[in-house]
Design a protein around this ligand. Structure first.
Ligand code: ATP
Length: 292
């Protein structure tokens, strides 16, 4: 298995420019990274230098060892994945100040992008985003990973027709029995499946639930779920059979898929292989009706 060392970058390869966000461990910058790329994999002599735009997550310099290990954990998780709709790890600087260097999503956070472009974004594009997300999650499912924090706030926009899943801070290997306990008690209750709220159980089936909530946010152009409802009231509503309402213009077939993902019983929810196939059909149906 590859170790973090393969991903070690020299600090002088990286240039920090502006701050673009605030992470829980420190500021996030936009910048540039100089990397060596062999033009041909077999031809290691023929390397050229590339400068690529990147996002750099930093960890506060006064962080203790436990905190910095936790910060780097996200990079260790990300290095295992290679998918067109998952933010790619470029590398790390593992001594203080610790930096995690990632592929830049040029257009930033999905929620803000949806709100800003409400009049430009057609239904077909929203369905495309949801489909792309389902392909990323199907990939994670095949790797036996659960993300645990699927929400529009963790989806970034690379181009008007390409979104990427980010934020692997909570993700876990399915076999890893360790429970996630939030020190701040900040659990994304309104996105969570009932068994996650009640028993802190996170599985691919609970990811399917969260995927449907995220799809709802996308179809609602960035509106957050259960607005005006207290976290403590959510589980009662779900147990009474209440669910998020049909978004305007949502194809009936998609709402039916979302409703299946919101089955109280985890075993009754479709898996991502299935979700991905249905999403593809829904997307194609929309393209057909759009051109009629
Ligand atoms: P939290 O756990 O509170 O979400 P975090 O420590 O996981 O915080 P992120 O949410 O990943 O940090 O990053 C903070 C912000 O920085 C994001 O909301 C986004 O605006 C920006 N950002 C992070 N990564 C990227 C990236 N690869 N491309 C573009 N912007 C990014």
């Amino acid at each position: 298995t590859p170790t973090a060392r393969n991903y070690e970058l020299q600090r002088n390869q990286i240039q920090l420019n502006d701050i673009i966000g605030l992470g829980q461990f420190g500021d996030v910058y936009v910048g540039q990274c100089q990397i060596l790329r062999s033009a041909n994999k077999k031809d290691s002599a023929n390397v050229r230098e590339d400068i690529i735009p990147v996002a750099i997550k930093t960890c506060k310099v006064d962080a203790d060892l436990k905190t910095s290990e936790k910060f780097l954990e996200e990079a260790y998780v990300m290095q295992k994945f290679e998918h067109p709709h998952i933010i790619r790890l470029i590398g790390i600087c593992s001594d203080s100040p610790i930096w995690i260097v990632m592929e830049l999503a040029r257009l930033g956070e999905l929620r803000a992008y949806l709100k800003e472009n409400i009049s430009k974004l057609k239904l077909g594009t929203l369905l495309l985003y949801s489909y792309q997300l389902s392909t990323a999650l199907s990939y994670l499912e095949s790797k036996k990973f659960v993300h645990r924090d699927i929400a529009a706030r963790n989806v970034l926009v690379s181009s008007p027709t390409c979104i990427k899943l980010a934020d692997f801070g909570l993700s876990r290997w399915v076999e890893d029995q360790s429970y996630y306990t939030s020190s701040k008690g900040l659990l994304p209750i309104k996105w969570m499946a009932p068994e996650s709220i009640n028993f802190r159980r996170f599985t691919t089936a609970s990811d399917a639930w969260m995927f449907a909530v995220c799809t709802w946010e996308i179809l609602m152009y960035g509106v957050k779920p259960f607005q005006g409802i207290k976290n403590s009231e959510v589980i009662g509503k779900l147990e009474n059979g209440e669910r998020l309402a049909l978004p305007p213009n949502c194809p009936p077939r998609l709402y039916s898929l979302m409703s299946q993902c919101w089955s109280y019983e985890p075993a009754k929810r479709p898996d991502f292989k299935n979700i991905k196939e249905i999403m593809k059909e829904i997307l194609l149906e929309e393209k057909v009706s759009d051109s009629e």
